[in-house]
Design a protein around this ligand. Structure first.
Ligand code: GLN
Length: 537
């Protein structure tokens, strides 16, 4: 008896619908249920892999190499679920499948329409996740905001599904916004009323309203929302802006009895969720014993979601070391304009994330130099590793025009280059080296010490590689390869020998960091940064 929870969003975007869905997942999982989570995105791109992070934030990579919406990162961090490419579906994928079936004659001469063909395809994607995960409860989040044209087929599909499975097996949660209007000195319920009216127009009556607000809901406001939106009063749930960390959300929703209500509606009799470890994790974030200032030098710094998993991984490792991490966001192009010293002086550690394209590259190279010369702990992720190698080749090995062929296809010293199989690709989407691959760690290195084991499976998303013909000279000058692919064909990790802690990895460790299980490289990086800080003072 599988149950379905559908999460929709109203009034405005960026309400943290994904975090709400994930936090509900936390609560249900800790009541003993097997859950899964799924995101349906109404845009026409097949996946977000080809989208600019400024548009869409980070591309989150799953174990199987799927390039997905960043909400899947929240799902994996808030719960124990392992997701795969079927957990993120877009309108692009739906139409691709429908058109393919039409070309194959599968519709037997019928006129192919949004209802029932597109909606059937959407429903089959929901069922596929439910069945293949074998979960008790599937939480399906619909991207976008109620009222968007693109969202309509998804709303129609979930309406039909709820009807098909019956009222006790389906629940609609609407995440909405209740603004506080300063001049009136009160919370306003009208936007929520209108958004719920839009849902009812299509035949969906929400059972729960999760009300995002920066002011507590008064009893009067709760009563008004209940009456006008036709939701029982206990279904009006307050979700205030968090004070310290997003990991407070499950605790807040538990206090509001959201999980109790959900279980009652779905006829699930279960013990209360035990969140004691979650609480102590949150406590460690709120009351750290140490502080650290870590610079993140990237080109999408202005967008708060572009490096989401990295910021979360720093929080997880920080909590583990009881250390509050203050992230100093530095634009790589500003380093080019003002120099590294003026922007990075005084930080305890420097992290350079992944990226694509040449904008800001020289700033990243200069950042690596600043960390190397001043012996500041450095963690380079993917492009952050590649730029560190370019810097080292230029300034230590003496190959003054060393570069990656991504940025200078004619460089005399292509220390980073394309593999043969990547050279003649015409399709950009889904064609990188993607997903979980084994990295073999070399003994007697900082990487090996950080992991405390011989290998690790890590998630990848890149096209360019370290050029193996430069390996001997890099090693000769003190940049050691500390991790490779299983048979040693490709470089996965490098580190500096004459430096307290300077490490770059070709993969993305940030995607595997979890609240109570931080990634070893992030922990080692912050430990080194703490040592550096206390040495300075
Ligand atoms: N642009 C680089 C490559 O494709 C790095 C990618 C990344 O940082 N994710 O190899």
């Amino acid at each position: 008896m599988m149950r379905y929870i559908f999460v929709t969003g109203g009034v405005i975007s960026s309400l943290g619908k994904g975090i709400t869905a994930a936090a509900l997942g936390t609560l249900l999982e800790r009541r003993g249920l097997k859950i899964s989570l799924q995101k349906l995105d109404p845009y026409l791109n097949v996946d977000p892999g080809t989208m600019n992070p400024y548009q869409h934030g980070e591309v989150y990579v799953l174990e199987d190499g799927a390039e997905t919406d960043l909400d899947l990162g929240h799902y994996e961090r808030f719960t124990r679920v392992k997701l795969s490419k079927i957990n993120n579906t877009t309108t692009g994928q739906i139409y691709e499948a429908v058109i393919q079936q039409e070309r194959q004659g599968k519709y037997l001469g019928k006129t192919v329409q949004v209802i029932p063909h597109v909606t059937n395809e959407i429903k089959s994607r929901i069922m596929r996740v439910a069945q293949s995960s074998g979960c008790d409860v599937l939480i399906t989040e619909i991207g976008g905001t109620t009222g968007d044209i693109e969202g309509l087929p998804f709303l129609e599909a979930i309406r039909q599904m709820a009807l098909e499975v019956g009222p006790e097996r389906a629940l609609f949660v609407h995440v909405t916004y209740v603004p506080f209007i300063k001049s009136a000195g009160e919370l306003k319920t009208k936007p929520t009323q209108q958004s719920v009216a839009k849902l009812r127009e299509i035949g969906i009556q929400p059972h729960v309203l999760v009300c995002r607000s920066d002011h507590p809901l008064t009893n009067e406001v709760r009563a008004k929302l209940s009456l006008y939106c036709n939701v029982p009063i206990e279904g009006v749930i307050e979700e205030l802006d968090v004070q310290h960390t997003i990991y407070e959300v499950p605790l807040m929703l538990q206090k509001e009895k959201l999980d109790e209500l959900v279980c009652r509606h779905l006829k699930l009799e279960l013990p209360e969720a035990d969140l004691s470890d979650w609480k102590s994790f949150v406590e460690k974030i709120i009351h750290p014993s140490h502080r650290l200032s870590i610079a993140v030098v990237g080109k999408y710094i202005g967008h708060q979601d572009a490096y989401k998993s990295i910021y979360e991984a720093l929080t997880h490792a920080g909590a583990f070391l009881s250390c509050g991490v203050e992230v100093k966001k530095v634009d790589a192009e500003e380093i080019e304009a003002k120099g590294a010293e003026s922007l990075l002086q005084g930080v305890d550690g420097i992290l350079v994330p992944g990226g694509f394209g040449s904008r800001g590259i020289e700033g990243k190279i200069e950042t690596a130099k600043y960390a190397r010369v001043n012996k500041i702990p450095y963690l380079g992720l993917c492009l952050g590793m590649q730029t560190a190698i370019i810097e080292f080749s230029r300034n230590v090995v003496g190959l003054s025009d060393a570069h990656s062929t991504e940025f200078d296809p004619k460089t005399v010293h292509p220390v980073i280059c394309l593999l043969e199989e990547q050279k003649n690709l015409s399709q950009l989407g889904g064609s990188m080296r993607l997903g979980s691959l084994l990295c073999k760690l070399i003994p007697n290195t900082k990487a090996y010490e950080a992991y405390g084991r011989e290998s690790s499976k890590e998630r990848h998303r890149h096209r360019y590689e370290v050029n193996n013909s430069y390996k001997p000279i890099l090693e000769k000058f003190g940049m050691k390869v500390s991790g490779t692919t299983e048979q040693g064909e490709l470089v996965e990790l490098v580190e500096l020998e004459n430096h307290p802690w300077f490490l770059g990895c070709q993969f993305h460790p940030e995607f595997q960091s979890r609240p109570n299980s931080p990634h070893p490289l992030f922990v080692a990086f912050l430990k080194a940064s703490l040592e550096h800080r206390y040495q300075k003072h």
